[in-house]
Design a protein around this ligand. Structure first.
Ligand code: NAP
Length: 248
């Protein structure tokens, strides 16, 4: 089945504990709400506490399982903060069934001649290095799950680079490589699978930064693109590993 055709049964994700990065806004927020509606306990990881709290309140108001607030800055976090996050999740939940890497930043669309080097480093760190370190920190908890899924949010520009997208394109391309390495290392030796998914154009702040002149009224809202994420994070996609999938 193609992930875009997935229609979850009620309670499809009940009993699963899933960490979503970027859960305060855009696709991450919509995914956290959708997972909770399907019965998952969601770890809401993101930079801005008040946005995470808003996602938390919406989940609780909707009758979802009580989520966990995980304020965490992927740009500045030091090694000890990743360790502390892993320890807190271990104490609270004992295992993790899913890790959805959704947080990301766009950088500034600029020709390479003029691409700002500190911006390049920041984008590579948030979009690629931090997902690696977070995955590494949480692997022991993912190994404890019977069926764990690590999902990387990809982008067409990461699969075929395009002028002016600089560090954003390079970071998303690197994320595909990270996904492939993780998938290969987990194949046959663990219950962990790793895949990437490109949702296509979605009406968010990140999209506006990358395409400021675009007519946004034609773009889908984040809530309209969550079903394939649910599929790849849930039991229905068990056995799918190392795949670079897309909405289109
Ligand atoms: N929108 C699209 O058209 C599109 C298409 C393909 C792929 N994607 C991918 O989808 C993912 C989500 O993007 P979006 O469009 O939903 O963008 P968004 O609305 O701008 O959301 C990005 C999220 O990342 C979080 N974030 C940024 N920097 C962070 C940091 N240093 N530490 C922790 N969290 C941080 C933000 O937290 P704050 O709210 O606290 O700032 C925000 O919740 C990205 O990986 C993007 O590349 C988007």
């Amino acid at each position: 089945m193609h992930p875009r055709d997935y229609r979850p049964e009620p309670g499809s994700h009940a009993g699963r504990m899933i960490v979503v990065t970027g859960a305060g806004d855009g696709i991450g927020r919509a995914l956290a709400l959708a997972l909770a509606r399907q019965g998952a306990t969601v770890g809401l990881l993101g930079r801005t506490l008040r946005r995470l709290e808003a996602t938390y309140d919406s989940i609780v108001a909707g009758g979802g399982p009580q989520p966990a607030l995980l304020p965490f800055n992927l740009e500045t976090a030091a090694a000890g903060e990743y360790d502390a996050l892993g320890a807190a999740l271990e104490r609270e939940f004992g295992r993790i069934d899913g890790l959805a890497h959704v947080a990301g930043i766009a950088g500034d669309p600029t020709p390479l001649d003029h691409y700002d080097v500190p911006t390049w480093c920041r984008v590579l760190h948030v979009n690629l290095t931090a997902p690696f370190v977070l995955t590494q920190a949480l692997l022991p908890l993912l190994r404890r799950a019977e069926d764990a899924s690590v999902l990387f949010t990809s982008c067409a520009i990461g699969r075929r680079g395009r002028a002016y997208f600089g560090a954003y394109a390079a970071s998303k391309s690197g994320l595909e490589g990270l996904m492939q390495v993780l998938a290969h290392e987990c194949e046959g030796t663990t219950n962990i699978r790793a895949n990437s998914f490109d949702p296509g154009p979605v009406r968010t702040a990140l999209r506006l930064r990358l395409y400021p002149a675009e007519d946004r009224t034609m773009l889908p809202e984040p809530a309209a693109v969550t079903a394939p994420f649910l599929y790849l994070l849930g039991p229905a996609s068990r056995g799918i590993n190392g795949q670079a999938l897309a909405a289109g």
